[in-house]
Design a protein around this ligand. Structure first.
Ligand SMILES: [Zn+2]
Length: 176
């Protein structure tokens, strides 16, 4: 019998499309922590958002505030003709010690349910906002998904047990 943790996909088989991490210049210290991480070639934040979209990567930065704004602008253009949802945002602390401790705790994924760790391909597909705090906490919110992804029949199906957990997350920019 296969163990739960050996299953190829956790959330949805679309997670196989994930391209890894895209690391902003201010967060290059994160590069060696992850198996699949590349430094962003774009320099301006909005261009890095576009690069992350093109390569289906999760943005890693220390500059969460600006990226939150650019990501939300990118994902919610007026009269959106198709899905522009990104693959999540990981914000890491500036301080080296806090950064290393935090990164170590999320190297493979997010420890959100007791039974099984949510590995990064699945976490990325869920388009999460993950912030490592200076005190070693991992704060997780979710970006509001587009109407195509949220469609009851044709949208992105989220497998159990992640669906319930995902729905319980606060939405970025929503009520605290
Ligand atoms: Zn979408």
């Amino acid at each position: 019998m296969k163990k739960e943790s050996k299953k190829k996909f956790q959330v949805n088989d679309l997670e196989a499309d994930w391209g890894g991490f895209l690391v902003d210049a201010d967060a290059v210290a994160a590069l060696p922590f992850f198996d699949r991480a590349a430094k962003a070639t774009a320099h301006d934040d909005p261009d890095i958002v576009r690069e992350a979209w093109d390569q289906r990567r999760t943005i890693v930065t220390s500059n969460g505030r600006d990226f939150l704004r650019y990501i939300q602008e990118f994902q919610n253009p007026p009269n959106n003709p198709s899905c522009k949802d990104l693959w999540g945002l990981l914000v890491i602390p500036n301080a080296q010690l806090a950064r290393e401790r935090g990164l170590e705790s999320v190297r493979r994924g997010l420890s959100v349910l007791q039974r099984e760790q949510l590995r990064w391909p699945g976490a990325a597909l869920l388009n999460l906002y993950v912030r490592l705090t200076d005190t070693g906490q991992v704060e997780i919110r979710r970006f509001k998904r587009c109407p195509f992804c949220e469609h009851p029949e044709r949208g992105v199906h989220i497998a159990k047990p992640w669906d319930t957990w995902y729905r319980s997350l606060p939405i970025v920019g929503g009520a605290p």
